[in-house]
Design a protein around this ligand. Structure first.
Ligand SMILES: *Cc1c(COP(=O)(O)O)cnc(C)c1O
Length: 383
């Protein structure tokens, strides 16, 4: 172990690496059950569903270290992390405040499932602390936000969210998927729990689904017990792939962020483009806030071309490098129209209210050569 507090690049490689049997790469422990060694509590028995095999424990140690948090837990998907956490923190009769532009799956869960379980939800504007106070109820127990909103890449007033949660005794939860621990570490800013779809940047290779909960030990323990019951456990092979993929997170994320800034700058200057949303651009409404909070601007951007949705679709059809597919955060550049994928479940009016035009295009910038990528966009945008 390094003697001084290690940089995040070093932790990615050397923390959570038990070197069992001398193995440099973490082996897969493909065993559902393990010798009983005197454990007394149900949650401590060694069994895959109880999230405590060597593969799980190695990931928990690494993920907690990456965000300078007390503890971490991996889950079968990002949605398993999100749903299990919310259900561990809130019970029937409680009330949740949630940011108004949530990831589609989370939005569906909090609007369709929570009310049936007796948990009420109100949506808040991430930029309007006065509005948050107005929606506070005696039974409000939690506040839920996202680091960067999808697909407009807005940045909520995250410092005020933490202050508001502390003052009102709420559990603060943040979906940190888009930023990754490279660009934002919620525990350092006072958030109680950080949630991830590890399907995205943490794994980075578009080949598994996985999730994580990172934060205060006592709360992570509560989520673990809930997960033990619900069964949303990450299987050892997916643990292995995540543990392997995560090692290159810093080099991937920084290269992708640099590429995204160059592509965003190119698009912004192109006459056929009407508008670009990327927090690294100085004219982005939350650019200063992003500079203060983040170590980098991430590699997600969205933009609108001049003309209608058909013009946007034509561009997608003409691009040769970006793959038209949902999801994000992997080594391949992926491109989508949120109106037809992530936000297809909303009505045109709801999308309009959120500022999501039908022609909006979202790009998850991968690790291809940046000039190749820009030249592909240049050709596709040309007459
Ligand atoms: C993909 C995603 C999720 C859901 O994660 P899964 O791994 O697909 O379950 C949650 N939040 C955000 C921001 C995401 O991008």
């Amino acid at each position: 172990m390094a003697k001084r507090a290690s940089g995040i690049e070093t932790k990615l490689i050397h923390t959570g690496e038990p070197r069992i049997g001398g193995a440099v790469a973490m082996p897969i422990f493909q065993s559902s059950t393990f010798l009983h060694e005197g454990e007394t509590g149900y949650h401590d028995v060694k069994y895959i569903r109880l999230n405590n095999t060597p593969n799980h424990l190695a990931l928990h140690e690494k993920l907690a270290a990456l965000e300078n948090a007390e503890a971490a837990l991996v889950t079968a998907s990002g949605m398993a992390a999100i749903s299990t956490t919310i259900l561990a923190m809130l019970s029937s009769g409680d009330h949740l405040l949630a940011q108004n532009c949530l990831y589609g799956g989370t939005h569906d869960f909090v609007t369709k499932d929570l009310p049936k379980l007796g948990i009420a939800v109100d949506f808040i504007d991430g930029d309007d602390p006065d509005g948050w106070r107005a929606k506070l109820r005696p039974n409000t127990k939690g506040v839920y936000v996202e680091t960067l909103s999808n697909p407009l890449l807005q940045v909520a007033d995250l410092k005020s969210v933490v202050l508001f949660a502390r003052k009102n005794d709420l559990v603060s939860m943040i979906d940190n998927t888009f930023a990754s621990p490279i660009n934002f570490r919620p525990a350092e800013w006072g958030f109680d729990l950080s949630l991830h779809s590890c399907t995205k940047y943490l794994n980075g290779h578009n080949d598994i689904v996985a999730g994580a909960v990172i934060g205060r030990a006592e709360l992570v323990q509560r989520v673990k017990h809930k997960l033990d019951h619900f069964g949303g456990t990450l299987d050892p092979h997916a643990c292995f792939l995540l543990h392997r993929g995560i090692k290159t997170l810093a080099v991937r994320m920084r290269y992708q962020s640099e590429s995204a800034l160059r592509l965003a700058t190119f698009l912004e200057e192109h006459p056929a483009v009407a508008r670009v949303n990327y927090p690294g651009l100085t004219n982005h409404p939350a650019h200063q806030r992003a500079r203060e909070l983040f170590d980098g601007f991430s590699a997600m951007l969205s933009f609108e071309v001049k003309g209608d949705a058909a013009a946007a679709q034509r561009l997608l059809d003409r691009l040769t490098l970006p793959i038209v597919a949902p999801s994000l955060g992997g080594v391949e550049t992926l491109i989508t129209r949120p109106a037809t994928t992530s936000h297809a479940g909303l009505s045109p009016q709801q999308r309009h209210d959120l500022g999501i035009a039908d022609g909006l295009i979202r790009v998850s910038v991968g690790i291809e050569n940046t000039a190749d990528l820009i030249s592909d966009f240049e050709d596709a945008l040309g007459e």
